[in-house]
Design a protein around this ligand. Structure first.
Ligand code: ADP
Length: 489
């Protein structure tokens, strides 16, 4: 067996692909981006700008405006005026046409958006091209369909819009998170002030251009760039009626505290530490692929990443052997290469955090296995990493790392694995791999997670609601449920 393992590892590490770089010739980027307020790009009152970089090369891409509280005030007032004078008065079926047009324009510009997403965020082009951008367009298509059917979605409840939605998003799915936030807000008749994450503003600013091109009335969507204080100014603005936040649990808690006592509505989509659970009767090869998809693709920069693996003891050796083999075939490197599986970590800060957790895992006594691949010298990269023989009390099994690091435990009984999977502050998602449908239904009842995937992982669809339990937040995005946080009854 040992000999066979060695042979198969050698076989896989011999694989080489010729470079297959995606072209960047067709993209249009400005050297400087201002704030998108009231349908126009305007200079920030703060007069401050910062550089946004490519995390794979550490090179500067553009200068981005850093909005202050005065800028946020101008944006919120523009959104309020647009709500009062135009958007709330427009027939729902007319609103739908604009949302539909935005979806079409995203589709038309998909290639440019994918390349920019990869340049600014570090994710492999395959991910932005095949997942992020098509899903973003699909969210707009889906919610365009709901705009004039709210009375059917909520019969006899006479749903009404709220007013101005303040939306703050993270860096892991920049355009997709903007779509998750903006599409349902517009479909329900609200206007928007959105802040992208400081490290990944570019596709949101391209979306601002698309919004201009779509002819959406001025002020219905405003995009302000900046850091934490810009987000805080949105949250605290008295004319904001609803706050939608995706990001860290720490900031989520702070937001909840700061709007306590106001009548602002809130949805929070926060951290996660999902359990991917493999039973002995599972299709092992598919499960291994599901684990890899769950934690290594997109550099583990996914709130619902399957960052904990529970394998039933009887198949643990086989699963771990196959997983190590698969790890050796993963291509880590230039995200613009179409063969790359694992691109760049989004920022230096995040890279340091991941490396810190790898040290913590080693110090806590877990066994580490890292791919033997080489990683580029420049840019922010980390090798895909397994921690074997971890226990519940290890920090790498409890805390969100947000990187390609998998903590593995074994289990014997179904009761044991449910207990362990749930014994965590988070509750965003989980995965179950088994041949038995009845076991899947049993597990979905007992796992305290907002999403449970069965014999697959990280699959998204605009029609399906997404959101968490416990410290993973509350409220749902996607599907009919995703309309509710933007309505009053
Ligand atoms: P992450 O760890 O994913 O970067 P953060 O919660 O720090 O998560 O960031 C998510 C988003 O929240 C970003 O757009 C960030 O600028 C914003 N943000 C950070 N601090 C605050 C704050 N105090 N109030 C509002 N938004 C904030």
């Amino acid at each position: 067996m040992a000999k066979k393992e060695k042979k198969s590892l050698e076989f896989f590490t011999d694989w080489k692909y010729a470079p297959a770089l995606e072209s960047t010739d067709h993209i249009r980027l400005n050297k400087q981006y201002d704030l998108f307020i009231n349908g126009k790009f305007v200079k920030p009152n703060s007069d401050k700008y910062y550089d946004t970089i490519n995390p794979a090369t550490e090179e500067k891409i553009a200068r981005i405006a850093d909005a202050n509280a005065k800028d946020v005030d101008t944006a919120v007032k523009a959104a309020k005026t647009a709500y009062d004078k135009t958007w709330s008065k427009m027939p729902a079926k007319e609103r739908a046409k604009y949302i539909f047009r935005i979806a079409r324009l995203i589709q038309e510009k998909a290639r440019e958006l994918s390349v920019i997403e990869t340049m600014n965020g570090g994710k492999a082009i395959r991910e932005s091209r095949d997942i992020d951008i098509p899903l973003a367009a699909n969210h707009f298509f889906y919610y365009a369909g709901w705009a004039d059917k709210l009375e059917y979605a909520f019969p006899n409840r006479h749903p009404k819009s709220l007013g101005v939605a303040g939306q703050i998003i993270p860096w892991n799915f920049p355009l997709l998170m903007a779509a998750w936030k903006i599409a349902p807000a517009l479909a329900t008749g609200n206007t928007v002030v959105l802040k992208p994450a400081e490290t990944t503003p570019l596709t949101c600013l391209k979306l601002a251009e698309i919004i201009q091109e779509s002819g959406l009335p001025d002020g219905v969507v405003n995009i302000v760039t900046g850091f934490g204080p810009t987000g805080a100014a949105i949250v605290n603005h008295p004319l904001v009626n609803k706050v939608a936040f995706t990001g860290s649990t720490t900031v989520g808690k702070w937001i909840q505290k700061s709007i306590a006592g106001t009548d602002k509505k809130l949805t929070l989509e926060l951290g996660g530490k999902a359990a991917n659970i493999i039973f002995e009767d599972a299709p092992i090869d598919q499960a291994v692929e599901g684990i890899v998809n769950g934690i290594f693709f997109n550099q583990g920069h996914v709130c619902c990443a399957g960052s904990r693996l529970f394998v039933q003891e009887s198949v643990a050796d086989e699963v771990i052997h196959k997983l190590k083999n698969r790890l050796e075939t993963l291509i880590v490197g230039d995200p613009m290469d179409k063969n790359t599986d694992i691109g760049a970590i989004n920022s230096k800060m995040q890279l340091n955090k991941i490396n810190e957790y790898i040290k913590i895992g080693l110090n806590d006594g877990a066994d580490m296995y890292q791919s033997q691949c080489s990683i580029p010298k420049k840019g922010f990269f980390v090798k895909p990493t397994l921690f074997l023989n971890t226990s519940q009390s290890h920090r790498i099994s409890q805390e969100e790392i947000f990187g390609p690091v998998l903590a593995i435990q074994t289990f014997r009984t179904i009761e044991e694995v449910i207990e362990k999977a749930n014994n965590i502050p988070y509750g965003l998602s989980a995965g179950v791999w088994t041949d038995k449908g009845s076991r899947i239904f049993n597990m979905t009842q007992k796992l305290r997670a907002g999403v449970v995937w069965a014999n697959t992982y990280n699959k998204f669809d605009p029609t399906s609601p997404f959101g968490g339990y416990k410290e993973s937040g509350f409220g749902r995005e996607g599907g009919l449920h995703g309309l509710m946080p933007y309505l009053k009854f």
